[in-house]
Write a protein that binds this ligand. Structure first.
Ligand code: PRP
Length: 209
């Protein structure tokens, strides 16, 4: 049997998503062992899992190194990889939001300085509002930017809201809800459509339980 390569995002979401694969009979027991190993194979069920950095999962899938993968909708919106989006797993729920210092609103007549990891999402959002902005692309700890007056607002992921709260920031507006998605390589989907469709259907049924 030809192996089905599955890219999982390293971390809590990936582990939770893997749990669903396990439930539908696509497990690979070795993956649960505590180790630094990154690739796991189960010859019996014909699946090979690997842990990738969450923002890299779509790259592996787009280029065919993985047949399918689990990725946040935020990554799909930001990088627009050429992949099929097969299923909303309904986990890893959060929202993309505009936030800034509590009780303050930016001057609408001035160019808005926006700090973010999600430049495309921010640009498209403000374009749709006809608002002129200056994007400041950062790689993490975005919440610091408005506190040090590097930006007026941030566009970032809000999950529990505690990072904002603990830094005296608040949500000014929501852009889009986010959750984890099952994606597939386009060519791989043609060659392995039977298996991929079967897995997608089993995951969907498991999630509906
Ligand atoms: C993400 C996001 C926020 C935080 C939101 O950061 O960028 O900072 O989680 O979660 P909360 O609403 O539950 O507090 P991440 O941990 O990915 O780190 P980062 O600073 O590298 O973006």
């Amino acid at each position: 049997m030809k192996m089905l390569n599955i890219a999982l995002p390293k971390g809590r979401l990936g582990e939770k998503a893997y749990g669903i694969f396990e439930k539908i009979g696509c497990g690979c027991p070795e993956i649960r062992e505590d180790s630094r190993k990154l690739i796991f194979e189960n010859g019996e069920t014909g699946v090979r899992y690997f842990w990738a950095k969450p923002s890299d999962v779509a790259i592996y899938v787009e280029r065919g190194a993985a047949d399918i993968g689990i990725v946040g909708k935020d990554i799909l919106l930001e990088y627009e990889p050429d992949v099929y989006e097969l299923l909303d797993l309904g986990m890893g729920r959060c929202r993309m939001a505009v936030a800034g210092p509590k009780g303050r609103r930016p001057d609408p007549d001035r160019t808005l300085r926006v700090a973010t990891k999600f430049s495309r999402i921010a640009r498209e959002y403000y374009e749709s509002q006809g608002r002129e902005i200056d994007i400041i692309h950062l790689n993490g700890s975005i919440e610091i930017a408005p506190l040090l007056d590097l930006s007026d607002v941030i566009v970032d992921i809000v999950e529990t809201g505690s990072t904002l709260r603990e830094n005296d920031l608040e949500v000014y507006g929501e852009i889009v809800p986010i959750s984890a998605r099952l994606i597939a390589n386009k060519a791989g989907y043609k060659f392995k459509s039977g298996r991929i469709e079967q897995i997608t259907a089993a995951l969907r049924a498991e999630l509906e339980k």
